[in-house]
Design a protein around this ligand. Structure first.
Ligand SMILES: Cc1ncc(COP(=O)(O)O)c(C=O)c1O
Length: 488
């Protein structure tokens, strides 16, 4: 993995810099910011990357409160404080983008269009790459699937998140497009040979290799640079699903030789509804618009419609300015912080969690590649005799720890990791518990998790659970949700 410092130089854009950093903040509405108003804890290894709601208290079943231990960053990460503040500032001048003559339209358009550059810089994009704002990684990869040329062969491992595994299937068999699904290799190195072989055997025509940077189930890294090299040698392109990689590691798609990258803002401390696809413009400019409507069109007449090229071709309709500002601000903040210190702190925390869980009787920690691969802060485990959903419910209700349980939208991978034993009815993929660390994670969170899992493995949960809407909840639970909105 190539590490780079490609921080976007805001100095060349005084207008954006002023809009993003110098304006006084409007006052927030009390109810909507009950957590945001609490003082933040500064991350010891990432000054300036404070998290909104970092020291929020959560209620425990049976009474009392405890500081929330958010160990579910891989699902969605909380907002960076600088992101939240940038959005608040931009909303104060919000107006229509691209189509208004007013001052606020000018400001909103500059913020929206200018947001492409910090995002491009963050992923190390080439100067001529197209930067298209989407809703999330799923949307980005569906857009790319929609844009692949006729006769393209798509090569993908079955261990991918469903967002990277499935969008190509809609095109399979249409206009000569073909999807080749490869089984999960035993070692990351074997992935390279498998891709090379699949590309060598393909029918003539373009090809696209789709690969995740880091597994959302085990956190393990895939050999992206080597796969890109093989793809290039075989005349193929490569798309990187960086939904999990981007929040944890710096990379440059230009240096890696990657053609497309997809990222979600909500996993990158920018939960305001924007994601991005960055990559080569030719396929995207030649494809039919992803959405049809205003903004994507150059001219419309009785005789026909001419669509624009560039990002606007695929961004029809009024865009998500707040989402783009949030994503760009997060990219800029992460790009200008000390990535090495963050990675070292995360690695230490992850090692503590992995070793602590693995040492507990009855707990199995699951890895794809025999535990040898480099990984981000994601650890997946099961507890013998206790369903994953009960473990997760007890961690939350009894210990104030947020994790995720299930098959993590990666059913083939989880089926392979857990085998038949992990599957209660013999058909599903099985269920596990996933712990994922991020900027707000602390040693106390890790220690609390290990002690709680040890207790659950040895004695089971403290209270009784019943299933409501398919999820276990404490049978006797009198904790009301805080009234953050009129409908709660
Ligand atoms: C590796 C990976 N790819 C893609 C996605 C889909 O991301 P989103 O739900 O933001 O579209 C996820 C979400 O968990 C993921 O972990």
């Amino acid at each position: 993995m190539t590490l780079v410092d490609s921080s976007f130089d805001l100095a060349g854009r005084p207008d954006l810099l002023a809009a993003l950093t110098h304006r006084p903040l409007p006052r927030f509405a009390d109810a909507a910011t009950a957590c945001a108003d609490r003082p933040t804890v500064t991350h010891p290894h990432a000054p300036g990357l404070d998290i909104v709601g970092q020291d929020a208290l959560v209620p425990l079943v049976g009474g009392g409160e405890i500081a929330y231990a958010n160990l579910d960053h891989a699902a969605s990460a909380p907002a960076l404080r600088v992101v939240h503040e940038a959005v608040e500032r931009s909303i104060a001048g919000y107006a229509s983008v691209h189509r208004g003559a007013g001052w606020h339209s000018k400001l909103s358009t500059a913020l929206y269009e200018g947001a492409r550059e910090p995002v491009r810089a963050f992923v190390g994009g080439r100067a001529d790459d197209t930067v298209i704002f989407t809703r999330n990684t799923t949307d980005s990869l569906n857009l790319l699937a929609h844009s692949i040329p006729r006769r393209t062969t798509v090569v993908v491992f079955e261990s991918e998140h469903h967002a990277a595994l499935l969008p190509w299937e809609r095109q399979d068999g249409i206009d000569g497009r073909t999807v080749v699904r490869l089984p999960v290799p035993a070692l990351p190195e074997l992935a390279v040979g498998a891709v090379d072989d699949a590309l060598r055997r393909r029918a003539p025509g373009p090809a696209l290799v789709v690969i995740t940077g880091a597994s959302n189930v085990t956190g393990e890294l895939w050999p992206v640079a080597e796969l890109a090299r093989v793809a290039k040698a075989r005349g193929a392109r490569i798309a990187l699903d960086a939904a999990q990689l981007a929040p944890h590691r710096r990379f440059s798609i230009a240096e890696l030789g990657v053609d497309y990258v997809a990222v979600s803002g909500h996993k990158l401390y920018a939960p305001y509804g924007a994601g991005v696809l960055v990559g080569r413009s030719d396929w995207l400019d030649a494809a039919p618009p992803y959405l049809i409507g205003g903004g994507a069109t150059a001219t419309v007449s009785e005789t026909g419609t001419v669509y624009k090229t560039g990002p606007e071709r695929h961004e029809a309709g009024s865009p998500n300015v707040a989402g783009a500002v949030a994503l760009a601000t997060a990219c800029h903040a992460l790009a200008t912080s000390d990535a090495t210190a963050r990675e070292q702190a995360e690695a230490a925390l992850t090692d503590t969690i992995r070793a602590g869980l693995a040492a507990i009787d009855g707990v199995s920690v699951h890895t794809l590649f025999s535990g040898a691969a480099d990984s981000i802060g994601v650890v997946t485990f099961t507890v013998a005799g206790v369903p994953a959903s009960i473990v997760a419910a007890a961690l939350s209700a009894e210990h104030g720890i947020g994790v995720r349980d299930g098959a993590f939208c990666a059913h083939p991978l989880v089926r392979r990791l857990l085998g038949a034993a992990g599957c209660s009815d013999g058909t599903g993929p099985g269920q596990a518990v996933r712990v994922s660390v991020g900027l707000g994670s602390t040693t106390e969170h890790a220690e609390r998790l290990i002690a709680a899992v040890a207790e659950i493995a040895a004695h089971g949960p403290r209270v009784e659970y019943v299933v409501v809407d398919g999820r276990p909840v404490p049978a006797d639970d009198d904790r009301p949700l805080p009234a953050l909105a009129p409908w709660l």
